[in-house]
Write a protein that binds this ligand. Sequence first.
Ligand SMILES: [Zn+2]
Ligand SMILES: [Zn+2]
Length: 160
Amino acid sequence: MVKKGKKREESSDLEIESLLEAYKTFLSERQLKFTEQRKVIITEFVKSGGHLSAEDLFRIVKKKASNVGLASVYRTINSLVDAGLAEERHFLDKTSVYEIHKPGDHHDHLICLKCKKIFEFENEAIEDQQKKVAEGLGFALKKHKLELYGWCQRSNCPNY
Ligand SMILES: [Zn+2]
Ligand SMILES: [Zn+2]
């Protein structure tokens, strides 16, 4: 099933709250300070829907808070990854892109080779099969990344 953008929007306020709470806990356990800048960065990150590079996020954040620097965006994203609240991905090139990681949530990706748009999906049958394959080879599966590449069928996809 492909997730729709609308669902994301409706839940984004709640998502931001719970993410900020988890992040504050992580920071306070390490005697690190939660700052207003970090709040803006994380809020825009959640609102964006993810799959963004640090530079992409920096461009968005700068419109809301011109005092935020690229280094702060990098630091905040890296600490979110350390906290297990964001995940780093590499799709079409070496650029790192990031997305929020919600506890217990898992999805895989479809990437359009023409327009570079990233789609998300969840499929239980695939998940089960992967576990079986791993078990069959004597693996206790801890994580996986599944990326499918192809041509999307959206009418506004270039070259379609
Ligand atoms: Zn496309
Ligand atoms: Zn994703």
